[in-house]
Design a protein around this ligand. Structure first.
Ligand code: CP
Length: 318
């Protein structure tokens, strides 16, 4: 361990593939402090007073958009939401012109979700405000990866040496990619299982273990992260039927018993209950799904604070 000054001031948060270990550690440590603000009776602090944040969402969201909005408001910033379907995008305005329009209003941060892989990188290239990627296509969802790591660390104390099983629709999952990059950087072992048609080709090159049988991924796992089947991104049938998927890959109590007795059950949400996860597992004693949502707020507060206000000395393993 060594003490280093780490800062994220002015940095775009685009993905965990390019984020360093000390930067991840800084965000997780800051999120821990932010969590105490959420638990207060009066949640508002003036840290970002006078700053402005626009949530620019081209895709649907409940958790990410709401938590970014609350995160900004709890920190005292002015927050505005733009939903593409109710904006001038419907009149043909391009992404570039939408970004320029928001920029012209003197906004400090644009939090953006978009269906295209690489949209956040593009936004960072053309727009002056700090860009925070709230999910770009099947590419990355960095704050989800960070909140997942925060939730695991909170329960297990550490990430290094853990076996994390990620189950389901890996192909379409930006959550899986951010988890894969982040968890491996922090020393965890990542095991994937899902239908072959929902497994990206060459994903082993990232360092993960890929299993054909879900049971092999679950065997002795410390964490089981179940992914949503993303029907909206599947333009052809990639598995025979919902019933067949649930039978072969669904996480139910019997399958969960293959993991360690104290294994955590996670899901980024929204869930297809009864398809990728059974209701008793989703709401069982091992589930931390509700805590993931709360931790998402703390992590997003940390990210907004750090990109505008800087960083601090932290003990880092890197
Ligand atoms: N996990 C996640 O991104 O959820 P939302 O789509 O509701 O934001």
């Amino acid at each position: 361990m060594s003490k280093r000054q780490i800062s994220l001031r002015g940095k775009d948060i685009l993905g965990l593939e390019t984020m360093t270990v000390p930067e991840i550690e800084l965000i997780l440590a800051t999120a821990q402090e932010m969590k105490s603000v959420i638990d207060r009776d009066i949640k508002k602090v003036p840290t970002l007073r006078g700053k402005s944040i626009v949530n620019l969402f081209f895709e649907a969201s409940t958790r990410t958009r709401t938590s970014f909005e609350l995160a900004g408001k709890y920190l005292g910033a002015d927050v505005v939401n733009i939903t593409a379907s109710a904006s001038s995008v419907t009149k043909g305005e391009s992404l570039r012109d939408t970004l320029y329009t928001v920029e012209a209003m003197g906004v400090d941060i644009i939090v953006m979700r978009h269906s295209a892989d690489g949209a956040a990188q593009y936004a960072a290239k053309v727009a002056k405000p700090v860009i925070v990627n709230a999910g770009d296509g099947a590419h990355e969802h960095p704050t989800q990866g960070l909140l997942d790591m925060f939730s695991i660390k909170e329960k297990k104390g550490n990430l290094a040496g853990l076996k994390v099983a990620i189950i389901g629709d890996i192909l379409h999952s930006r959550v899986a990619r951010s988890n894969i990059w982040g968890l491996q950087k922090m020393g965890a072992e990542v095991h994937l299982a899902g239908p072959k048609t929902l497994m990206p080709r060459d994903i082993e090159q990232t360092g993960v273990y890929v299993h054909n049988r879900v049971e092999d991924a679950l065997d002795g796992a410390d964490v089981v992260n179940v992914l949503r089947i993303q029907r909206e991104r599947q333009h052809k049938g990639l598995f025979p039927s919902a019933r067949e998927y649930a039978r072969i890959f669904g996480i139910n109590q019997t399958r969960l018993e293959l993991a360690k007795p104290d294994a955590l059950i996670m899901h980024p949400g929204p869930m297809n209950r009864g398809l990728e996860i059974s209701p008793d597992v989703a709401y069982g004693d091992q589930s931390v799904i509700q805590e993931q949502v709360k931790n998402g707020l703390a992590v997003r507060m940390a990210v907004l604070f750090l990109v505008l206000m800087g960083g601090k000395d932290i003990e880092t393993t890197a």
